[in-house]
Every structure is written in C-alpha cells, then in structure tokens.
Design a protein around this ligand. Structure first.
Ligand code: NCD
Length: 310
C-alpha cells in the first residue's frame, strides 16, 4: 500500500505538486527500464478495463500498451457508446458496478463533463479519466509535463504558449492547471470565441501566474519557450458553419518556427488536422511524436501506482 493505492485520477486538482513529481519520477524509471529492454511483471494478474465512449487512438492504445508492458491484462469496449449496454440506456453508475466486477482499474473517456467523476463515485475500483467532454484530460497533462521537462530540462521559468481551441480543448484545461504548480507564465492564443474559459484564467491569475491573451501567433512564438498547439474541436460545435469559419485560424508552419524564439519546443496532443504543417515534423523543435512516446511510461506509472504495485 502506498499513498496512491486505490485513488481515482479524475482532475488535475486531485493531484498535489508532490503527487505529480512522484508520477513523473516513476514514469522516468519505467522509461529507463523499457529502453534497457527490461520486462516488468509488476501487474501480473491485474486487469484494466477501457471504456471509450468517444474516439481515441493514442490514449486508449497507450493505456492498454502500458498495462500489457507491466504484465497485466486488458478488457475493452472500444466503441462503448454503440456497443456497450449504454446503447440500451444503462446508467454510468450501473456500468461502474458491473465493470468493477471484471477489472481492477477502469479508464473511461466520455463526452459529458463530469462523467468520469460520476463513474468513479459508483465504482469500488480506481477510475482514471481519459477525457470527459470539454472538461479535463489529466493523464495527457501529466505526459505533457513529462515531455516539457525532458525537452527543456526543467519546468520552472518557462513561458508557455497555448494555441487553438482553448475553450473546448480539455488537454489545455488540464495542462494549464498542472503547470500552475511551477513558476511559469502563459500566452494564450485563440480566436475570440474559443478563448480559455474565464474561470481557469482567473484561477491562474489569482495564483500569481502571468497570463497574456494574444491574437498574434508569430509574436507568441518569439516570446515562448514552448508552443502547445491544439485542434479546433469540431465535434463540440453546435453550428458547423462556425467551425468552418474558425478552422485554420492559426497554423504553425516552417517559416513560423524559423522566425520563432531559437530552440522553441513545438508540442501538440494530436490528432492534428491542419494546424501544424507536415514540413515542421522534420525540425528538431517538433516534439509531438516524442510526446506520444512519453504517454506509455506515464500511464505505466499511473496504473502501477493506483494499483499499489510501487
Ligand atoms: C486529445 C483529446 O482527446 O482530448 N487527444 C488526445 O488524447 N491526445 C486532443 C484532441 O482530440 O484534439
């Protein structure tokens, strides 16, 4: 038993700075072990259930890969919205009780804000939020911190630009709050209808964190150490025409990176649509595929910790 055993990971606010440090350090240890070709059997005999009510490539596969790399097993309903009993009208609470009989830990992604918390309240096993609508995506924030620290060597003292759909993007909601444990400053670059929710911006400022809101991506690129780009979240728009109007608002291309602060780190949670031109991929600044790789180690850490194996 450790301080993490049995805990749910639903929102960044569930985690202290010490908790985050412990997760990142554990992830680094797993990363080293994996690179050294070690096979870890820490979760031998344990079962993870993944319940995805929204599309996913990286989050679901990296959780499942993480579980398998620790010697555990996975049961999964990939398209839970149509293929699970949710399609018959089952409540999340009943699903929680049921799946807890089959698995030792549950990872859920769902379109409704608050759904992961609702499931967690009814599930006797630990629940990890893999994205609740426009709410939060705390495990993405953890792998983003891990990536920033690896790319930059530190978290303190950085100026971070968050770009794109800051209103609907759950990754940036979680990342901004997680970074607030360190001495950072922010530049938020979004079209006016897609600004960061006021409650998050106000919360950051109340903690003494400088937040600048800007419409000028090139200026932000010159001012920031890290530029974190996000997709305009098409599926969150009520009016498809508004999406068409706003998509392509901010595009990072090679010329922008070449005119940016030297050594700038370019990140993206992926999937991208057209907000980073493919010719950026070859630049050393492009960290988004390294970011993907970090997902497995961070999720290995989370699974091993909530299951009390480390
Ligand atoms: C993100 C998500 O699902 O919130 N993807 C991810 O998990 N890496 C970002 C997005 O969909 O734009």
């Amino acid at each position: 038993m450790t301080a993490f055993t049995g805990r749910d990971i639903i929102a960044v606010s569930d985690l202290s700075r010490e908790d985050i440090r412990a997760i990142l350090d554990r992830a680094a240890a797993f990363d080293r072990a994996r690179r050294a070709g070690e096979r870890l059997r820490l979760l031998d005999g344990s079962i993870l259930a993944t319940l995805f009510y929204e599309p996913s490539t990286r989050t679901r596969l990296s959780f499942e890969s993480a579980m398998l790399r620790l010697g555990g097993h996975v049961v999964s309903v990939a398209e839970a919205r149509t293929s699970s009993s949710a399609a018959k009208g089952e409540t999340l609470a009943d699903t929680a009780r049921t799946v807890s009989a089959y698995a030792d830990v549950i990872v859920i992604r769902h379109p409704a804000v608050g759904s992961a918390r609702e499931l967690a309240q009814a599930a006797p096993v630990p629940v990890i939020n893999a994205g609740d609508g426009t709410g939060e995506h705390p495990t993405q924030a953890l792998l983003d911190l891990y990536t920033i620290e690896r790319e930059r060597g530190r978290l303190d003292g950085l100026r971070i630009g968050l770009v794109g759909d800051l209103k609907n993007g759950r990754t940036v909601h979680s990342l901004a709050q997680a970074l607030a444990h360190w001495q950072v400053s922010f530049v938020f670059v979004a079209p006016p209808p897609l600004r960061m929710p006021e409650d998050i911006t106000a919360w950051l400022r109340a903690r003494g964190i400088e937040v600048e809101e800007s419409g000028d991506l090139a200026a932000a690129a010159q001012a920031c150490d890290v530029l974190y780009i996000t997709r305009i979240q098409r599926e969150r728009f009520e009016d498809p025409e508004e999406y068409v109007r706003l998509k392509g608002s901010y595009v990072v291309d090679r010329a922008l990176v070449e005119g940016a602060r030297p050594g700038i780190t370019i990140m993206h949670p992926l999937p991208r649509v057209d907000e980073i031109a493919p010719d950026v991929d070859l630049l050393p600044n492009a960290a988004y595929f390294r970011q993907v790789e970090s997902g497995v180690a961070v999720r290995m850490a989370l699974l091993a910790m909530v299951l009390g194996a480390v």
